[in-house]
Design a protein around this ligand. Structure first.
Ligand code: BGC
Length: 409
C-alpha cells in the first residue's frame, strides 16, 4: 500500500509529557503510580538527542509542543527570550534534519497566572491566548508553517471538570466543561486568523485543532441505559466540540482538521469496558474486546471516522496522533498495521489525509497514569538520570514504513 509522495510520516509528543523542569499545573501533580513530570524524559535538555533518534526513525515530520508557561511566565509579558532561543534551536535542528515541525500551542497546560484566573472557564483567557499566539507567530513565522492550536479540547475539559482526573480535578461540572469548550473554540478561531495573517516565507500556513475521535457505544445493543450513556457522551465530547470549533462562520478559520484516533469505549451496566476502569485485558478479551493498556482497539473505526469527519467538515486531515500502550510489541505492530490499513482504505475512497504522527516518540509522562503507560517507539529508562533512550521493535517497523512510504511491501 503506497502513500502519496508528499505524505508526512511523523511522531508526536507534548511539552509537559517529555520536557521536564516545567512550571504549570502539572508540576505538583502526582500520578496514580506515584510519579511526577518533574524530569519526565528530560527532553528540555536532551532535545538534540531526540532529533537524532527521529533521524534514525526516518520520519519527515514532528508534532511538538511549545510551552506557553515557559514563554510567558508573567501575565501578558514579553516572550522569555532564552526559552524562545531554546525552541528556535530545536526548530533549526529539525530543519537541518529534514523534519517538518507542526507546533502545538495548547496541550493540557497553562501558565500559573492563567490558572489563577480560573483557566479556560474564564473568558479573559481568550484574549490572553490570542496575545501569546500573536507574539509567537511573529517570532516563529520563518520557521513554522504548520500550527495546531488546541490538542483534544474534549479530553482536557472532561478530565479536568467532569471526571476529576486532570488539574483542577473537578467532577460533574458540565457548566465548566461547556465554558471551556466554548472559550477554546473562540480562541481557536481568532488564533487561526492571526496565524494565517502572519503568513510564513516557508509557504502556505496550515492551522487546525486536534479532535480526539473516540467511538462511544453500548456493549449490548439492547441495553437502553448503556445506549443512553454512550449517546450522551458522544453528544458532549464529539458532536458539541465539532460544532463549536467548526460550525457556522468558524468553518472558514481552520485549514485542516487534526484527528487523534485510538479506538472505542463500550459500556456495560454503565461501566466503560477499558483496562483503566478496573478490568483486566484478559477479562476484556473474553468478552471479545481487544485492548491495549488504555482503550479498545477498533481499526475499522478509523476508516469510518475519517470518512465521516471528512464528509462533515470538508477539510484536509492530519492524523495528529495514533498509537498504543503495551509491553506486547507484536500486538502493537499488528495494531499499527491494522490502523494504517484502515487509513489507506479511507484515502483510497477519497479522504484527503496529509500525514500521520505516531504517538509517541518516547515513553513519557502519561498524565494521571504517570510512567506506567508506555506509548513510545523508544523506551526511556526512568531510573537513570540520563534518561537513556532505546529503540523498541516497533520503532524498527515504523522506520520501514516511513522510509518506504508504504505499508506491507
Ligand atoms: C493525548 C496525549 C496522550 C495520548 C495517550 C491523547 O489523548 O493527546 O497527551 O498521551 O492520548 O493517552
Amino acid at each position: 500500500m503506497k502513500f502519496p509522495a508528499a505524505f508526512l510520516w511523523g511522531t508526536a509528543t507534548s511539552s509537559t509529557q517529555i520536557e521536564g523542569h516545567i512550571n504549570n499545573e502539572w508540576t505538583d501533580f502526582v500520578a496514580r503510580d506515584g510519579t511526577t513530570c518533574a524530569i519526565a524524559c528530560n527532553s528540555y535538555h536532551q532535545y538534540a538527542e531526540d532529533i537524532q533518534w527521529m533521524r534514525q526513525l526516518g520520519v519527515n515530520a514532528y508534532r511538538m509542543g511549545i510551552e506557553w508557561s515557559r514563554l510567558q511566565p508573567e501575565a501578558q509579558g514579553p516572550l522569555n527570550q532564552s526559552e524562545l532561543a531554546r525552541y528556535v534551536d530545536q526548530l533549526d535542528r529539525l530543519e537541518a534534519a529534514g523534519i517538518v515541525p507542526m507546533v502545538v500551542l495548547h496541550h493540557f497546560s497553562n501558565p500559573s497566572w492563567i490558572n489563577a484566573l480560573g483557566g479556560w472557564t474564564n473568558a479573559r483567557t481568550i484574549p490572553a491566548f490570542v496575545d501569546y499566539a500573536t507574539r509567537l507567530a511573529a517570532a516563529l513565522r520563518g520557521r513554522v508553517r504548520l500550527w495546531n492550536t488546541f490538542n483534544e479540547p474534549d479530553t482536557y475539559a472532561s478530565c479536568g471538570y467532569l471526571i476529576g482526573q486532570f488539574p483542577p480535578l473537578k467532577k460533574g461540572r458540565l457548566d465548566c466543561f461547556r465554558a471551556v469548550i466554548r472559550h477554546m473554540a473562540e480562541a481557536h478561531e481568532r488564533v487561526c486568523r492571526v496565524l494565517r495573517q502572519a503568513g510564513s516565507p516557508l509557504g502556505k500556513v496550515e492551522v487546525g485543532f486536534s479532535k480526539n475521535w473516540t467511538y462511544f457505544q453500548p456493549y449490548r445493543k439492547a441495553s437502553p441505559w448503556d445506549a443512553l450513556i454512550a449517546a450522551f457522551i458522544h453528544a458532549q465530547l464529539n458532536s458539541l466540540v465539532m460544532k463549536q470549533f467548526l460550525g457556522g462562520a468558524r468553518k472558514t478559520a481552520s485549514t485542516f482538521l487534526g484527528v487523534n484516533y485510538y479506538g472505542r469505549i463500550r459500556f456495560n451496566h454503565l461501566r466503560p469496558l477499558v483496562p483503566t476502569c478496573g478490568f483486566s485485558r484478559a477479562e476484556l478479551a473474553r468478552m471479545g474486546i481487544e485492548c491495549d493498556d488504555m482503550v479498545e482497539r477498533y481499526p475499522a473505526g478509523l476508516e469510518s471516522a475519517l470518512r465521516e469527519l471528512y464528509q462533515q467538515c470538508g477539510l484536509p486531515i492530519y492524523i495528529t496522533e495514533h498509537g498504543s500502550s503495551s509491553d506486547d510489541e507484536p500486538f502493537r505492530e499488528r495494531d499499527l498495521m491494522d490502523n494504517l490499513g484502515a487509513l489507506h482504505r479511507a484515502m483510497e475512497q477519497g479522504v484527503d489525509v496529509r500525514g500521520f504522527y505516531y504517538w509517541s516518540l518516547l515513553d513519557n509522562f502519561e498524565w494521571q497514569f504517570g510512567h506506567s503507560k508506555k506509548f513510545g517507539l523508544l523506551s526511556v529508562d526512568f531510573h537513570d538520570q540520563r534518561r537513556a533512550r532505546r529503540l523498541k521493535p516497533l520503532g524498527q517497523i515504523y522506520r520501514k514504513v516511513c522510509l518506504e512510504n508504504a505499508v506491507g511491501g
